[in-house]
Design a protein. Sequence first.
Length: 320
Amino acid sequence: MFSLLNQDIQNVIVFDLEWNQSPGGKKYSNSRLPFEIIEIGAVMLDERLQIVDTFKQLILPKVSKRLTGRFKDLTHITPDEVKQNGIPFEEAFRDFARWSGADNCVFMSWSDSDLYVLAGNYKYFSQRAHVPFMQRYADAQKYCMRFLTDNPNNNQISLAHCAEKFQISVEEENLHRALEDCYVAAACFKKVYDPALFEPYICDCSGDYFERLLYKPYYLRHAICRGFDLRQQKFQCPRCHKELQMLRPFEFSNNAFKNWGECRDCGTKYWVQLRAKQMYDHVQISKKVQPMSRKRSRAMDRENGRTKAPSKSGKQAKNS
């Protein structure tokens, strides 16, 4: 049994998915299932990180029944192969859950995109987002990337690239099949495994974990809605840190509320912008305050019948 500080883990399950999309592109894609799983592969690692069992299963598509050319070129999976060996999604994942043993396991994949697709398929076919047999998850890509010293920007890297960096021999032609990718991901993980360093990467998948994962944030378009009131939002002058006074009603364009603001202390005018994004359980606010040019500021004064911007000191307003 693995000893991960506060966690006792019997096995690590490294899984990989191959999925298909609508042959007609995004325009004809099913918004509820844009990525449909065609193959799942997995390897089971024991406490010595040795592979003790494997799982591989093709799945019959129900939504995008025609395999795209890109999918076939990448995976070399043929329609005949799927037709002969594929089974329905529900049956395949019952088998996968039974095979994994579920309890005291950590599931891993190379990037969380596989987890996202798995949860999306599970929700589509079972009408619930929560994947009951998956209690803990870790992103193998994110963990392995911490050991790459020549990646200062922390850019995501492919499995093949990571294997090359770790000096793990890989046959390129065998990649992009679910089980074969699992072997490579497991080898990369084994190369840099450290119990103390790995533990923080393990996520608890209980509660609303999968609902949060699948939630799609969106920008709010209305000034007043649940959890957000534009009237309560304040903007500060970057120069004197006093509250700006809005010069007109807010307008909405390009997913942002926009206005002109003026500081009554220093007379400086600004373009102001606010974006409100609805997240799973809160509204995320981002603001931008940018000084107007002198030319634009004077033009506004002329439009409003003023020769100069007001200031408490009575002096000519300073503009950035």
